[in-house]
Each structure stands twice: as C-alpha cells, then as structure tokens.
Write a protein that binds this ligand. Structure first.
Ligand SMILES: [Fe+2]
Ligand SMILES: [Fe+2]
Length: 221
C-alpha cells in the first residue's frame, strides 16, 4: 500500500512542478535571470522559511506519546529547520543586499497566504504537514533551471548559493526521514494519505503563486 501511496505523491508532485515550469515566470527565469528578480524571489523565500520551524513545531503540540514516532519526528524536524532562513540572508548579503533591508521588507500577499496556510495546518492531523515537507525537502531536481540561470547570468559561486546548494545536502537526509515517517504513519491509512496529498498539491500551488507574483512585480528589463 505504501508503494502505491508514494507513486501517487510522486505523480502529484510532478504535475504541480510541471505547472510551475510551464508558467511565464519560470520560462522567464530560464531565459535569463536578473538581479532584481532573484532578490525579490529570495526575499519571499526568506519570509516563509523563517516560520518553517514554528509551523512544524505547532503540529507537534497536538500529539502525545500515543503517536510517539510522529511526535518525535515533528519536534526533531522543527529543531533541524531552525535558522535556515539565515542562509538566505547570507546569500543575499554576498551580492550586496543588507540583511536589515530583507528583514524589514514586507512579504508579498502571495507569500503571506503561503505562510498563513502553513500555520493553519495545525488544524489538521499532524501527518498532513508532511505533504509540504515531501516536496520542500525534495525540490532540488526541479530547481535545476534556476541554478543554471543563477550561475550563468549572475555568476554566483556555490558559496553564494548556500540555501540552494549546501541546503540540498541537508535536505537529502530530511527527505528520507519524511518518507520513513510517512510509511510508518500513513502507509495503511487512506484517510491520512488524502490529507498529505491535499497539502502537497495546495502548498505547491501556493508556491507557484509566489513565483508568479515575483514575476508580475519585476518587469523584465
Ligand atoms: Fe531547511
Ligand atoms: Fe529540510
């Protein structure tokens, strides 16, 4: 049953990324990325990443030792995500953008919607948030065009791309942990699987809205 579930998650994930890749925002980024677009996009990434530990910890609050592996997973994962927003600040500082300006910027409405949605996941079973983790920890193969454009157009070195490069190494292990806990908690529970699939689809769509919003607000030069 788990294998069919993972197949379904993979299909939903691929379809959602396909929509992103076909969008004008992604096509533009692929053709050529400019500094303003990159700064604007990473500023949004900063704003939502800053709350990943918190929204993960919040779903742990509703759990007890009755579901000990899941409780431990949520607490541990919240801890390991703490501070990852600082990688974005460091990367932006390396191209001359002050951390203070990023911190004091206002998130776009689409980013606020994404942040708000992730906080509201506490209203669902704690397994539902795994739908977000599933694609977020495994997003790197889908970001290849973005990385190619950043190296080609902005001449960024790996040391300036810690959020996208060094982070991807940490997230390899995170993705395996997500799969393990999904197998353990949802493998035989179709109703929990539905929750995970729904969150994967919805959160990735909300992420697409962020790409589109950044594109719309940064006219191509
Ligand atoms: Fe992270
Ligand atoms: Fe992670």
């Amino acid at each position: 049953m788990s294998e069919r579930f993972f197949e379904r998650l993979g299909n939903v994930e691929r379809t959602a990324w396909q929509a992103i890749h076909e969008s004008p925002s992604w096509q533009r980024l692929k053709r050529g990325i400019d500094r303003d677009f990159y700064i604007s996009l990473m500023t949004q990434v900063y704003h939502y990443t800053r709350f990943n530990a918190q929204n993960q910890a919040l779903v742990a609050v509703g759990l007890t030792s009755e579901r000990l592996p899941l409780l431990k997973y949520c607490l541990h994962h919240a801890y390991t995500e703490a501070g990852h927003d600082l990688m974005v600040l460091k990367d932006l500082e390396s191209i001359g953008v002050s951390a203070a300006s990023v911190r004091s910027s206002r998130p776009l409405p689409e980013t606020e919607a994404f942040i708000g949605y992730l906080f509201r996941l506490k209203e669902q079973d704690a397994t539902a948030r795994l739908g977000y983790s599933y694609w977020a920890e495994g997003c790197y193969p889908y970001l290849e065009d973005f990385l190619v454009a950043l190296r080609r157009d902005l001449k960024l070195a790996p040391s300036q791309l810690s959020f996208l490069v060094a982070h991807s190494v940490i997230d390899k292990a995170h993705l395996e942990e997500v799969k393990d806990i999904l197998r353990e908690t949802c493998g035989e529970a179709p109703e929990l699987q539905e929750g995970v699939v729904h969150v994967l689809e919805t959160s990735l769509h909300l992420m697409k809205n962020i790409y589109d919003a950044v594109h719309a607000r940064n006219p191509q030069k």
